[in-house]
Write a protein that binds this ligand. Structure first.
Ligand code: SIN
Ligand code: MN
Length: 260
């Protein structure tokens, strides 16, 4: 799948693109079953909320991980993901920095405060913000269900020095400092809710400011994230590197799935 000129322009302007319902009901059911299975595994790649519910499962794409799952490994090289990622990053040789499945539970799934993903990935030793993420909605994403919100155009601010938030978000998250966020928000259009039917995918820039609210609905909100980086932008050494489930160490280029 190749992006059109208009889509590339839109990505550069807004920092994201939405692809409605890329996956069938049967594919989604299989991905959900697989995620439910790996979420039960006892591994440091499975992170829990304060309540004990599973918050995130990392490294589902990597066959070297206890949380590996074959369908999720295949997904990283699917042309509908890999080709647009190659286009927006201007490089054919990409690897996965990490995969993360966020399983926001009905009623319990909590807030992710405003942040830029590259706020933390720079701390992993990645020198340039030449990264993009594909999100797949495994469930319908609604506002009451704690969908993401994007601040369109905020990626053009570049990386804003983040602050560590270990109060609002269950997971320790490097967030945009409040004053700076308010300034940026006052200059840009209103944040947009990233809603969609299950199977919808979203490609977004690593400096795009985003957040999500509590899941107040009776439905779970499961989202899966594939983070693509250029092989030439692999992390440099840092004093205390995060484990391989957060800071991928397989820097070989991904091969397209089903290549002819
Ligand atoms: C994230 O931004 O890293 C996760 C937010 C979410 O899944 O709601
Ligand atoms: Mn994020």
């Amino acid at each position: 799948m190749q992006l059109s000129h208009v889509q590339c322009e839109q990505y550069r302007r807004d920092g994201y693109l939405i692809f409605p319902e890329l996956f069938s009901r049967a594919e989604l059911a299989m991905l959900r079953d697989e995620l439910a299975r790996v979420a039960e595994i006892n591994s440091e790649a499975v992170i829990r909320e304060r309540t004990g519910a599973v918050l995130s499962v990392f490294r589902v794409h990597d066959m070297a991980s206890a949380t590996a799952s074959a369908p999720y490994t295949t997904l990283q090289g699917m042309p509908c993901f890999l080709e647009p990622a190659r286009q927006v990053l201007g490089d054919r040789d990409l690897y996965i920095h990490h995969t993360k499945c966020n399983m926001k539970d009905a009623i319990e799934g909590a807030v992710w405060q405003w942040h830029q993903d590259y706020g933390s990935w720079r701390l992993d030793g990645i020198e340039r913000p030449e990264m993009a993420t594909f999100l797949v909605m495994l469930d319908d994403a609604s506002e009451i269900g704690g969908c993401l919100y994007f601040l369109p155009g905020s990626h053009k601010q570049g990386r804003v020095e983040p602050v560590l938030d270990d109060k609002t978000t269950s997971y320790k998250l490097w967030c945009v400092p409040k004053q700076r966020l308010l300034e940026v928000m006052s200059e840009l259009p209103e944040p947009v809710p990233v809603t969609g039917r299950a199977g919808t995918a979203v490609l977004f820039d690593c400096n795009l400011m985003h957040a999500s609210g509590h899941n107040l609905s009776r439905h779970p909100r499961w989202h899966v994230y594939y983070v693509y980086n250029r092989c030439g932008n692999r992390p440099q050494d840092v004093p205390k590197p995060r484990p391989a489930w957060a800071r991928g160490q397989d820097w070989q280029p991904i091969h397209p799935a089903f290549a002819g």
